[in-house]
Design a protein around this ligand. Sequence first.
Ligand SMILES: CC(C)(COP(=O)(O)OP(=O)(O)OC[C@H]1O[C@@H](n2cnc3c(N)ncnc32)[C@H](O)[C@@H]1OP(=O)(O)O)[C@@H](O)C(=O)NCCC(=O)NCCS
Length: 225
Amino acid sequence: MHILVRRYEPSDQEAIEIIYPDAIKEHINPAFLHAMTQPLHITISLFICIGAYLLGGSVILALISGGAWVGLVYCCCYEYYASYVQKRLRTELKDIPGHYLSNPDNCFWVAEAEMDGRRQILGMVAVKAKDDGDGKKHGELLRMSVLSTCRRAGLGQQLAKTAEDFCKERSFTKIILSTSSTQRAAVALYNKMGFKLVLVHTQSERPKWLVWMSKVKILYMEKIM
Ligand SMILES: CC(C)(COP(=O)(O)OP(=O)(O)OC[C@H]1O[C@@H](n2cnc3c(N)ncnc32)[C@H](O)[C@@H]1OP(=O)(O)O)[C@@H](O)C(=O)NCCC(=O)NCCS
């Protein structure tokens, strides 16, 4: 299959609005499993079940109370990723030319291939330039996503290489990115591409309680050019 990585065109919009949310929301279940296996969340679950049993004297009440807690943790994990996706879809992904193509130091690419006789979008990636503060610039890699049925065929690597070459051409000092602790495939891809983990933190645009409940960590990685 011949894959072409090219700049965004308006006709790609519909595919992007499907591939990107699907690729990010697939981290909800792994995040939930991770959160529920943390010692603190296990302790809280047991505490709620035992507490409800002792207070109400009913196994059913204990199970319902424990289930409500588990449901709340799931909702938090869902919200963690879904709210992020919604914000991107309402802002930058709604106007890709305005956000990524109006400045020559930014770019948005899609990977396209001919499948079943028609061109199909299989993935995307973007770069946004940021000032280093000393007249130089670095690039931030964003929106890396590959259609779930086309994974492990080198497409992610091809997209990352495209973004990296773009940064090199512009003499950017480095390329940075943020991903989350549950995005294991992404972390493996970036490690393979030579990115180094620089910082693990929990600061994000989400409310602090949501971050605490979902137990997701942000990984900041960079590759010096
Ligand atoms: C991350 C993602 C873009 C990778 O795309 P891909 O096309 O499958 O990646 P590639 O086939 O180019 O893989 C390159 C290397 O990355 C690593 N890798 C990719 N997926 C992996 C997985 N599921 N498990 C372990 N390693 C993986 C491997 O080292 C792989 O090389 P190999 O196949 O020779 O072993 C894709 O999994 C995806 O869209 N995930 C959901 C969205 C996401 O998390 N995006 C990142 C936002 S920061």
